[in-house]
Design a protein around this ligand. Structure first.
Ligand SMILES: *Cc1c(COP(=O)(O)O)cnc(C)c1O
Length: 222
């Protein structure tokens, strides 16, 4: 199956209000262009260097999503153009993004990454840490970032009940924030959950944005 057929199948399986981020990490420009020419505009990468290089070579109307772990010293490379940063996991990182966005007279959309998986290895904030960030005075001063919602990765397991429960926990955290720190913020409306293996479960649990790589572009060889 080619990229265009795969993309079409994934799109047809998704409820219409969900944004599909095509995760093109490790994949060549030609494959991204195939998807682009089939109408796909949102693409995700997890490495700053690849994201920056691809953005320079590929069409300017592509919306680039940074989905990987981001180090503060690399924010400056993304801030001129990045569409959304999914993996924000500290106040320091948020503050760096804010300052860098200010220098480029932009407001950058971000998601807080919350740790829901049982595996210890996944990045992300606890619910308490996420609340502490959005309730801090430092956060209240930041005018050049906008927290659009939450991002999370479920455990890598066949246990669909567990995956659902993890997404539901994320929904609870989302709802609590929506009712407190973001009660007047209509823009706080994004839930970035779901990958190739679990996106239908995520869609069933209210995801608004799925990040799908291998189902569209094939397996990755690292
Ligand atoms: C690689 C990656 C994806 C896509 O993974 P697939 O299983 O290939 O769909 C989604 N989200 C993040 C954060 C990733 O790093």
């Amino acid at each position: 199956m080619g990229v265009v057929e795969n993309l079409k199948r994934v799109r047809e399986s998704l409820p219409g209000n969900i944004t599909l981020v095509a995760v093109s990490k490790t994949k060549p420009d030609e494959m991204i262009l195939e998807a682009y020419e089939a109408g796909q505009l949102d693409f995700g990468e997890n490495k700053v260097q690849d994201l920056t290089a691809k953005s320079e070579r590929l069409p300017g109307d592509i919306r680039w999503h940074m989905i990987g772990h981001l180090q503060t010293n690399k924010v400056k490379y993304l801030s001129p153009f990045v569409h959304m940063i999914h993996g924000v996991d500290s106040l320091k990182l948020l503050s760096t993004i804010n300052k860098s966005a200010q220098q480029h007279q932009r407001c950058i959309d971000c998601l807080l990454q919350v740790r829901i998986a049982r595996e210890e290895t996944k990045f992300g904030l606890s619910a308490e840490e996420a609340s502490a960030i959005v309730e801090s005075d430092a956060f209240a001063e930041m005018k050049n970032i906008r927290i659009r919602g939450l991002m999370g990765m479920a455990s890598y397991t066949q246990n669909t009940g567990q995956i659902r429960a993890e997404f539901q926990r994320l929904n609870l955290i989302f709802d609590e924030m929506k009712a407190s720190a973001f009660q007047d913020a209509d823009y706080f409306d994004q839930r970035s959950y779901g990958m190739s293996g679990d996106y239908m479960l995520a869609a069933g649990e209210g995801s608004t944005m799925v990040r799908i790589g291998s189902l569209i572009f094939g397996l990755r060889n690292y």
